[in-house]
Write a protein that binds this ligand. Structure first.
Ligand code: BG6
Length: 368
C-alpha cells in the first residue's frame, strides 16, 4: 500500500535510505568488497583495461555518475552508453573489456541485446540488477543485486539511488582487484557509502519545501537543469523525471556548456534548477557555477538552487534555495537527486497527472 502517501512514488522516494542500506549490506567482508556472483577469475578481473556501462533511462544516468568514480579509483577508461546505441555501432570489445549492464528489471530488451552482443565479442559482463534471477543477470558473468525492493512507480527513484551505490561497489571491487586502492582505502570508501542512508534521510527533510515549490512551478512552459561533474548526470535525471511525469519540456545541461548554446533559452521567469557542487570539495567548479547562476538570474530566470547546507555564497542568486547535507563529492548525487524527484512528482500531481503511471511509459520495456 501507499503507506499514507498520495502516490507510490512519494513512498518510494522516502524508502531510499532503506533501499541504500539494504543494497550495501553484506558487500564488505573480510576487508574486501564482495559481489553476489562472480564467474570471472580474479586474474581476468585484474587484466581488465576498459569498462563500458550500458543501460537505458535512469539506469543510464546511474552509469554516467559511476564513470567519475570508476575512472578516479581504478585509472581505467570508462565509456557510458545507451544500450540501444551500443550494439549498432560496432564497439571495440575483447576479453579484457568489462561491460557493466545496469537494469532495475533485468528484462529491458535493449540492454539484454547489448549484453548478448558484448558476450559474443568475448567481453566480460557484469549485471547490476534489482530483480533476482532476471534474464540479464542470468546471461552475465558476474552479478551485483541491488535491494531497493519492488518499485511500483514507473519512474525510477529508489532503484536509481541503489544503482549508483551498486555501481560504486563495482568500482571498488575493480580497484581492489587491480590494486589501485589499498584495502584500507576500499574500507574507508565503503564506510562513506554506509553513512549515506543517514544523509539521504536528511535530504528528505526538504520534501515539504520542494512540494510547495512544485505546486508553484506547475504552470511553467519548460524547466532547465544545470550541473557539473557528478552534478551533470543529476541534472539529466532531474530533467528526465520531469518529462516522464509532468509531460513538460525539460533539458539537462552541463553548466560549462551554458555559454555555448543553452543560454539562448534563458528568458524571464523560466525556472532553472542548478545542482551545485560542494564549496569545499570542488571550489573551482563551485565558483564557476555561482557565476553561471548570477548570469541566469540577471536575465530574469527563476533560479532554483540545490546546494550544500551552509553554502551562503549562492543565497543571493537563489530565488529558491534547497539545502542538502554535506557529503563527499562523488556521493553528492545520492542526496541532490532527492529534491529533483520530489519536484517532478509534485509538478505532475499539481497538473493533475497520475504520478505512478505516466502516459505512454512502461516499467519495463521488453521490446527493442
Ligand atoms: C524505462 C523506464 O522504460 O526503462 C525507466 O520507464 C527505466 O524508468 C528504463 O529507467 C530502464 O529500465 P531498467 O529496468 O532496465 O532499469
Amino acid at each position: 500500500e501507499k503507506g499514507g502517501h498520495e502516490y507510490f512514488m512519494l513512498k518510494e522516494i522516502e524508502e531510499q535510505p532503506e533501499a541504500l542500506a539494504n543494497s550495501l549490506r553484506g558487500h564488505f567482508s573480510g576487508g574486501r568488497v564482495v559481489l553476489d556472483e562472480q564467474r570471472i577469475a580474479d586474474q581476468d578481473l585484474r587484466d581488465i583495461d576498459k569498462v563500458f556501462v550500458i543501460a537505458c533511462g535512469s539506469a543510464y544516468h546511474s552509469g554516467l555518475v559511476a564513470k567519475y568514480a570508476i575512472e578516479h579509483w581504478c585509472r581505467l577508461p570508462v565509456e557510458v552508453e545507451l544500450a540501444s546505441e551500443f550494439r549498432y555501432r560496432d564497439p571495440v570489445l575483447d576479453r579484457d573489456t568489462l561491460v557493466v549492464a545496469v537494469s532495475q528489471s533485468g528484462e529491458t530488451m535493449d540492454t539484454l541485446e547489448a549484453v548478448r552482443h558484448a558476450r559474443e565479442q568475448k567481453a566480460r559482463v557484469l549485471a547490476v540488477c534489482n530483480t533476482n534471477g532476471a534474464q540479464i543477470p542470468r546471461e552475465s558473468d558476474a552479478v551485483l543485486y541491488t535491494h531497493a525492493g519492488p518499485e511500483i512507480g514507473v519512474a525510477s527513484t529508489k532503484a536509481f539511488l541503489a544503482q549508483i551505490a551498486a555501481n560504486y561497489l563495482v568500482g571498488l571491487a575493480l580497484a581492489q582487484a587491480r590494486g589501485t586502492k589499498f584495502p584500507d582505502e576500499v574500507g574507508r570508501e565503503f564506510a562513506e557509502l554506509e553513512a549515506m542512508p543517514k544523509a539521504v534521510e536528511q535530504a528528505l527533510e526538504s520534501v515539504d519545501q520542494v512540494r510547495e515549490l512544485g505546486a508553484r512551478l506547475a504552470e511553467s512552459k519548460a524547466v532547465l537543469f544545470l550541473g557539473r561533474h557528478v552534478g551533470y548526470p543529476v541534472a539529466l535525471e532531474g530533467a528526465l523525471k520531469l518529462k516522464e511525469l509532468a509531460y513538460m519540456h525539460a533539458e539537462g545541461f552541463a553548466a560549462g556548456e551554458l555559454k555555448h548554446g543553452p543560454i539562448a533559452l534563458i528568458e524571464q521567469d523560466l525556472p532553472v534548477v542548478v545542482v551545485m557542487p560542494s564549496p569545499r570539495g570542488r571550489a573551482v567548479l563551485h565558483a564557476k557555477l555561482v557565476s553561471n547562476i548570477s548570469e541566469i538570474q540577471a536575465r530574469g530566470a527563476r533560479t532554483v538552487v540545490i546546494a550544500e547546507e551552509g553554502d551562503e555564497t549562492v543565497r543571493p542568486f537563489a530565488d529558491e534555495l534547497i539545502e542538502v547535507p554535506a557529503v563527499s563529492t562523488l556521493l553528492q548525487p545520492l542526496v541532490s537527486t532527492v529534491p529533483l524527484q520530489v519536484l517532478a512528482a509534485e509538478i505532475a500531481r499539481t497538473r493533475g497527472f497520475d504520478v505512478d503511471k505516466p502516459r505512454n511509459l512502461a516499467k519495463s520495456v521488453t521490446v527493442e
